[in-house]
Design a binder for this molecule. Structure first.
Ligand SMILES: Cc1cc2nc3c(=O)[nH]c(=O)nc-3n(C[C@H](O)[C@H](O)[C@H](O)COP(=O)(O)OP(=O)(O)OC[C@H]3O[C@@H](n4cnc5c(N)ncnc54)[C@H](O)[C@@H]3O)c2cc1C
Length: 457
C-alpha cells in the first residue's frame, strides 16, 4: 500500500521537502501531494531586485511543476484541518472545497507581514513580502514621479517625492536601498523632479538597523545609506498614516508630520493566520510547536517547518530558528528524511543547521555580508551575495536568466515604464462604456478589438 504524504505550502520549506522525498523514497511507495496557492515558489532574497527593475519578475520565481518530478501539485488554499481524522481542507483554485487525506502531513505555510493596530496603516501602507507588492512599489515610484513632474507647486511635488519605509530588518533595508537606487537612476528622465530632489526615510523602532547581523556591519550599512542622502530614524515609530502624510514619533517623544504618498511596511513577519485553524498546538510568536525533529507536539504524523513553525534553534539554546529561507529549505530537506524514516527508509535525525552567513545587498554594487569567520563589505560582499544566489537558485535555465538580467543591468540604464495595468485588463464592458462616453461605437463585428482584448475569467 502506498503512503499518502501531503505537504501544505510550496515555498522554500515545502518545495525542498517534496524534492527530497522524491529523491529518497522508493518509487510507488508513496503518493506525494503538494498544495500551494500559486504554481511557483517566490525566491524572496531577489525580491528587492525585482522591485528595482534589475530582475524580471518572472526570473525571481521558480515554477513548481518544473522542479517536481512525480509530486502531484494541487493549486488551492489550505483553509483548515482535522488532525484527528488525518485530513486537511482545501479550497481548490476552481472554487470547489475538498478534504485531502494524509498518512503524513508537512505544514510549510510560511508567514505574512506582521502589522500593528496603527491608524491608517492597513489602508495606506504597502507591504514588501509578495511579488505583487514589490512590483506595486516600483510602479508607485514611477507613478509618483509622473504626477510630481506635472505639478507646479514645489510643496505638493515634494510630498509625491517622499518615501517612508518602516522596519530596518534585511527586507526593509534591502528593499529601500534597491528602490532608492532605481529611483536615483530614472529621476534623470524627470527634469522637475530631479531639480527638486527626493526624500527617503527609514524608520526603525530599535536602536540600530539590521539586528540580524553584527553591529559593526549594520553600522557600515547605515553609513552607506546615509551617504546616499537616506534619513535613518532609529528609536522612532510611526503613529498614524493617511493618504497624504505619516506621523513619526522620535526617541525624545516629539512628533514630525511628514507629507508623503508612499509608506512601505517592512516591520517583521508572523506565521500565516491559517495555521491557527489547523487544530495544532501553537506556541511562541504564533508558530506551530514542534520538537527538534520538527514533529508537531502530540502528533506522530504531523510535521511543521519554516516561518510557520517554532523549530528550536540549534545555534542558540532556548531560542527558535529565525524566519529565513536558509533555515526553511534545510528544514524541508531534514523533515523529508524524518518522514521517510517514519515510513521505514533511513533514520530520524534532529535539525542541526547553524546559519552560515547573511548577505544584505544595498544596490549600487555594494553589500555587507557575514560568513562563518569573515565579514565583507562593499563590492566583494556584493559579488559574494550574487554568486551565492546564483548557486542557490534552482534550475540551470533560471541561473542563466539571472546572469542575463544582471549583465543587461551593468550595461544599460533601467527601464522607466510604469506597467501597473499588467494583469488587470479592462473588461469588454468597460471598453464599450468608454467608447460610448467618448462618442465612438463598438460593434460585435469589431473583430480586431475582440482579438486584442485579454480574456477575463
Ligand atoms: C523581501 C524579503 C527578503 C528576504 N530575504 C531573505 C534572505 O536574503 N535570506 C533569507 O534567508 N531569508 C530571506 N527572507 C525570508 C524568507 O523568504 C522566508 O524565511 C522563507 O521564505 C520562509 O520559507 P517557508 O517555506 O516557511 O515559507 P514561504 O517560502 O513563504 O512559503 C509558503 C508557501 O505557502 C503558500 N501559502 C500560504 N498560505 C497558503 C494557503 N492557505 N494555502 C496554500 N498555500 C499557501 C505561499 O504561497 C508560499 O508558496 C526574505 C523575506 C522577504 C519578504
Amino acid at each position: 500500500m502506498a503512503w499518502d504524504v501531503v505537504i501544505a505550502g510550496g515555498g522554500f520549506g515545502g518545495l525542498y521537502a517534496a524534492r527530497t522525498l522524491e529523491g529518497i523514497l522508493p518509487h510507488h511507495s508513496a503518493r506525494i501531494t503538494l498544495v500551494n496557492d500559486v504554481n511557483f515558489m517566490l525566491y524572496t532574497p531577489l525580491l528587492p531586485g525585482a522591485a528595482a527593475g534589475t530582475l524580471e519578475p518572472r526570473h525571481v520565481v521558480v515554477p513548481l511543476r518544473e522542479e517536481l518530478e512525480y509530486t502531484d501539485l494541487r493549486l488551492g488554499r489550505v483553509t483548515g484541518a482535522e488532525p484527528e481524522k488525518n485530513s486537511i481542507q482545501v479550497e481548490l483554485i476552481e472554487g470547489r472545497t475538498t478534504d485531502i487525506r494524509y498518512d503524513q502531513l508537512i505544514v510549510a505555510l510560511g508567514s505574512v507581514s506582521r502589522t500593528l493596530p496603527i491608524p491608517g496603516l492597513a489602508e495606506h501602507a504597502i507591504g514588501f513580502k509578495t511579488l505583487s507588492e514589490a512590483i506595486a512599489l516600483r510602479n508607485r515610484v514611477l507613478l509618483t514621479f509622473e504626477i510630481a513632474e506635472a505639478l507646479d507647486d514645489p510643496a505638493a511635488r515634494q510630498a509625491y517625492l517622499t518615501y517612508v519605509f518602516v522596519g530596518a530588518g534585511y527586507a526593509g533595508l534591502e528593499g529601500l536601498a534597491e528602490l532608492q537606487d532605481f529611483a536615483a537612476d530614472v529621476i534623470d528622465l524627470y527634469p522637475r523632479c530631479r531639480t527638486q530632489g527626493m526624500r527617503w526615510i527609514l524608520v526603525e523602532k530599535g536602536d540600530h538597523v539590521m539586528p540580524e547581523i553584527k553591529q559593526d556591519l549594520a553600522e557600515h550599512a547605515a553609513r552607506e545609506l546615509r551617504g546616499r542622502g537616506i534619513e535613518i530614524r532609529t528609536g522612532s515609530t510611526i503613529d498614524r498614516v493617511t493618504d497624504r502624510d505619516v506621523e513619526i514619533t522620535m526617541p525624545d517623544g516629539t512628533t514630525e508630520l511628514v507629507a508623503c504618498r508612499t509608506v512601505a511596511w517592512t516591520a517583521g513577519v508572523k506565521p500565516h493566520p491559517v495555521v491557527a485553524n489547523l487544530g495544532l498546538p501553537i506556541g511562541r510568536g504564533g508558530r506551530i510547536e514542534v520538537d527538534e525533529f520538527m514533529q508537531v507536539k502530540g502528533f506522530d504524523d504531523v510535521w511543521a517547518i519554516g516561518d510557520a513553525a517554532g523549530v528550536p534553534d540549534p545555534a542558540r539554546k532556548g531560542e527558535l530558528c529565525p524566519p529565513t529561507c536558509q533555515h526553511s529549505l534545510r528544514q524541508g530537506r531534514a523533515v523529508a528524511r524524518n518522514v521517510a524514516a517514519t515510513m521505514g527508509t533511513g533514520r530520524k535525525k534532529k535539525f542541526t543547521y547553524k546559519t552560515l552567513g547573511v548577505f544584505v545587498d544595498m544596490g549600487r554594487r555594494k553589500a555587507v555580508a557575514q560568513t562563518l569567520f569573515l565579514r565583507w563589505r562593499g563590492f566583494p560582499a556584493w559579488w559574494l551575495a550574487r554568486t551565492y544566489h546564483l548557486w542557490m537558485m534552482p534550475g540551470v535555465k533560471r541561473k542563466w536568466r539571472l546572469v542575463a538580467d544582471w549583465t543587461v543591468d551593468l550595461l544599460f540604464n533601467r527601464d522607466a515604464s510604469e506597467l501597473g495595468q499588467l494583469g488587470h485588463p479592462p473588461t469588454l464592458e468597460t471598453m464599450q462604456l468608454e467608447a460610448q462616453s467618448s462618442g465612438g461605437t463598438t460593434t460585435d463585428g469589431d473583430a480586431a478589438g475582440l482579438e486584442q482584448a485579454a480574456p477575463t475569467l
